[in-house]
Design a protein around this ligand. Sequence first.
Ligand code: G1P
Length: 275
Amino acid sequence: MIKKCLFPAAGYGTRFLPATKATPKEMLPVLTKPLIQYGVEEAVEAGLNTMAIITGRGKRAIEDHFDISYELEHQIKGTSKEPLLNEIRSLISQCTFSYTRQVEMKGLGHAILTGETLIGNEPFAVILADDLCTSTEDSVLKQMIKVYEKYQCSIVAIEEIPMEDTSKYGVIAGNLVDGTDDTYRVTDMVEKPDPKDAPTNMAIIGRYILTPDIFDILRTTKPGKGGEIQITDALLEQAKQGKVIAYRFKGKRFDCGSVDGFVEATNYFYNKTKG
Ligand code: G1P
């Protein structure tokens, strides 16, 4: 059973400066909810209750968000504003949150390795909160848990992207399994290839289920693209043993790490509230 979800949240969010100068990018709100809360809700919907958050300097607002604010509670008790805290209160009561700091920014693989102390020796999920996912069916992570239950190996969520965008993503190649049209056994993975070098246009989005042997692999993974330790490179080691499945999820993803994606997500959720 997968119970733990890791949230790498130490990055600087430079694409959103100056907004992210003193505010973690994970705390930027889409409507009234910060991005990371959407991620935690998705994890809870998938049956996970242990949130492990990799933070860094300037990220304390995340810890405060997933905690009771007694002063605020006192102020709004019995007023019409009180229900606005219902969702976050419910998350706080259903989950535990633990934090560790990534003291140096050495890439996503390094951030995930920093989380080993919070995860231990068990399979776990990873959510990159700036990929905001929504689905009319099961949440994307819940869909992936079902795939994990069948294949019992690492799972990455993928979507098809325009070929010219391959340099923004990890890209996979693989073969469809068991007569499905959405589940691939991964044969190759490349981090942010030029379109001319990309094996396909199937891009990894910010949802992973990882088996814990990934930590040993990450310990010896050399810096790759951009001089950073890449989770894509570590996963390739598992893929070479046939132990990575890529799953084309059902639903929608917004790249809230970019201003365009953020605005799109905001409009989408706004229109949804208007029915
Ligand atoms: C990271 C991963 C990349 C993946 C992407 C999904 O890149 O390194 O493989 O496709 O997340 O959002 P980042 O967006 O952090 O540069």
